[in-house]
Design a protein around this ligand. Structure first.
Ligand code: URA
Length: 331
């Protein structure tokens, strides 16, 4: 549903049923704009922006999450917009999980970008109610700044994962519409034939179990994978080592792609994300990105966002043209 559930950092007990915000107003107080503190624009920022900044999803998707009744502020359900929140003071939760709060800092906060060499058996999340080790447990940033992971790696996948407090950047890096590529090195069982590699490059059909579950559909569809760039590093009868360049990040995508052609993945490591490479770290270590890495990342996401913006503009123009033609068949 939303890409960065890792931004969530604790759980309400299941019995804490959120009530609509006005249900908690003192008796006789109607939830008018004057009396409802969340209708007061001086409170801070719009609720959907606070969610997007915490890396939950795009602003538009966050608006939908609010309207779908999944968001609470200080334990109270908010389904109507506009609503304004103080992202530092207010406790905001999505689907019962409290989102990470930005660090308190006079004059704005410093945006932090960290690279972790994720080990095996580590969850790509800010916390885990069942107590498993998370990537956030491994990054103790000075000053107690809370960082959340940018996208996910499987529990058993190792390699590059970024953590940040910059929700906008996290969204641009992970949302498939921006197509920021990820690089993997995979070791798979057996010798992968050239025709299987061509098949994988062109796209294979993978089940959309999670998407169906989230949309409340019983029927599970299948969707073709987008083009994947593949190069062979080493190949013998026992195993094949490959480098893969992916522009989407579906659930266990690499593992499922190779399983579909009969070559289970033995080892999977992410070695790059956009222009950034996994360098200077041993397994379990982390470092801040260099200034140069941050500016290259920013340039990549800016270019991607501009490209998407232009396409959307062209589509809008097309739509307008068509509707004009519909209105005026002679024209
Ligand atoms: N593909 C996978 O199968 N697993 C990952 O963790 C990332 C990509």
């Amino acid at each position: 549903m939303f890409a960065q559930t890792g931004a969530v950092d604790s759980h309400f007990p299941a019995s804490t049923l959120p009530l609509p915000y006005h249900a908690h107003m003192p008796q006789g107080d109607s939830p008018s704009h004057e009396s409802d503190p969340l209708r007061d624009a001086s409170r801070g920022i719009r609720l959907q922006k606070a969610l997007a900044d915490a890396g939950i999803a795009s602003r538009r998707r966050c608006e939908e999450l609010i309207e779908e009744g999944l968001v609470t502020v200080n334990g109270r359900l908010v389904t109507e917009l506009p609503a304004w929140v103080d992202p530092v003071e207010d406790e905001i939760a999505v689907d019962g999980r409290v989102i990470a709060r930005p660090a308190k800092k006079a004059g704005g906060r410093r945006l932090i970008y960290v690279m972790l060499y994720k080990p095996k058996n580590t969850l790509s999340a800010a916390s885990d109610p069942s107590g498993r080790r998370t990537v956030a447990d491994l990054v103790r940033f000075p000053g107690g700044v809370r960082l959340f992971p940018v996208g996910r790696l499987d529990y058993d996948t190792v390699g590059l994962i970024l953590l940040t407090n910059d929700g906008e950047m996290a969204n641009l890096l992970t949302h498939p519409r921006y197509g920021v590529h990820k690089l993997y090195r995979a070791t798979v069982r057996g010798r992968v034939a050239d025709e299987d590699l061509s098949k994988l490059e062109e796209g294979v059909y993978l089940a959309e179990r999670k998407a169906a579950r989230q949309a409340g559909r019983k029927k599970i569809g299948a969707k073709r994978t987008a083009h994947v760039g593949i190069s062979i590093v080493k190949r013998d009868a026992e195993r094949t080592v490959l480098e893969l360049k992916l522009e989407e990040g579906r659930n266990r995508q690499v593992r499922r792609m190779f399983a579909s052609v009969g070559h289970p993945v033995r080892k999977l490591i992410r070695v790059g994300m956009g222009p950034v490479r996994l360098t200077g770290l041993r397994v379990g270590e982390w470092r801040e990105l260099t200034r140069d890495e941050v500016s290259r990342l920013r340039k990549t996401v800016d270019q991607a966002a501009r490209k998407v913006g232009k396409t959307e503009l062209r589509d809008d123009e097309k739509g307008e043209g068509q509707s004009r033609r519909k209105r005026d068949p002679a024209g």
